[in-house]
Ligand binder design. Structure first.
Ligand code: MLT
Length: 325
């Protein structure tokens, strides 16, 4: 009898032990700071959104969330760093329309697979870009920009966050739908690219709203049009690109992902914390003021969204005959 009890106790302990690795691991996680890899320089939308959400999620996680800017190659360098990181819940990726949906069609060789290498957590924000020009450029509207571009083919220069970024596609679509030849000058993020317009290195850019509104309000840039398909809350009177170039649309979106293979338990917890961060009135107010539309959805919805966007951009890039990198 005693032997049976002992055996049962041992068996019970065995069952408890078998269950231990998962729950103990998740109970213990996180025991150290997390990092969010931002594949662009500071000052652009990716960095702004990652910092706002990371700071708030850190409170819920009880650990610091560090932002790591790994800029270059249209976001591909940072995306590869995040894709190859250990799937232990300590590395996250701030993905966006460029790295997850545009680059697969634009680059002949991509060092990561946007679907296979990542576990989506939540879509965070979406927002149209602004076509901003240096205030000295004699262009008040898109028609003026098109006329200027036609008067000096190949010379009117626009900056972008890198080849394949949303800001690059903004210019590439303007070229193909507007039938103009403009000069692309890639930088390592919207932050430095926008300063390129302010400093007069280039004439214009499709910049993120969070980056450009303070500069527009300070008179250092002029907004000419937005890239959405309905009036934008921060400037309801600003024309859309599509009013002059039907079919034109670029919505920049950003979301949080982890390397594929991160445990479902950790993904659930990260999802809860990031959605809570997105719902906080302070974060919402900050992001809305910057012109971002706050989203927040489930990992499954975000996965379906990425797949659909990837298909959409492959078609847009093929139809517009945007050359591959
Ligand atoms: C950035 O953070 O620099 C931008 O989101 C990049 C882009 O324009 O795609």
């Amino acid at each position: 009898m005693e032997q049976t009890t002992r055996r049962m106790r041992r068996l019970g302990a065995g069952i408890a032990l078998a269950a231990l690795p998962l729950s103990a691991a998740s109970q213990a996680w996180p025991v150290k700071p997390l990092r969010i890899v931002v594949p662009f320089a500071p000052g652009g939308s990716t960095d702004i959104v990652a910092r706002a959400l990371g700071a708030r999620a850190a409170e819920g996680l009880g650990q610091a969330v560090v932002i790591e800017n790994r800029a270059g190659a249209g976001g591909n360098i940072g995306a590869e760093v995040a894709a190859r990181a250990a799937p232990d819940g300590y590395t996250l990726f701030m993905g966006h329309v460029g790295t997850l949906a545009i680059n697969p069609a634009l680059y002949r060789k991509l060092p990561y697979d946007p679907i296979r290498d990542f576990a989506p957590i939540t879509l965070a924000i979406a927002s149209p870009l602004l076509l901003v020009v240096h205030p000295s450029l004699p262009a008040r509207g898109l028609k003026d920009v098109l006329a200027l571009a036609r008067s000096r083919p190949g010379q009117l220069a626009y900056s972008s966050a890198g080849s394949g970024s949303a800001s690059h596609l903004g210019g590439a679509l303007l070229e193909s739908l507007g039938k103009v030849d403009i000069l692309h000058v890639p930088y390592k993020g919207t932050g430095p690219a926008t300063m390129g317009v302010v400093g007069g290195e280039v004439s214009m850019m499709f910049s993120g709203q969070g980056t450009s509104w303070p500069l527009i309000n300070a008179g250092k840039l002029r907004a000419v049009a937005h890239t959405g398909n309905r009036p934008i809350p921060n400037a309801p009177k600003l024309s859309s690109m599509a009013e002059t170039l039907p079919g034109y649309e670029v919505i920049n979106w950003h979301g949080v992902l982890a390397p594929a293979g991160t445990s479902a338990e950790i993904i659930r917890r990260l999802h809860a914390e990031f959605v809570k961060a997105l719902g906080s009135s302070e974060v919402r107010a900050r992001l809305t003021e910057d012109g971002f539309q706050v989203v927040g959805n489930t990992p499954e919805e975000f996965a379906r969204f990425i797949a659909a966007e990837k298909d959409k951009w492959a078609k847009v890039i093929a139809a517009a005959r945007i050359p591959q990198e």
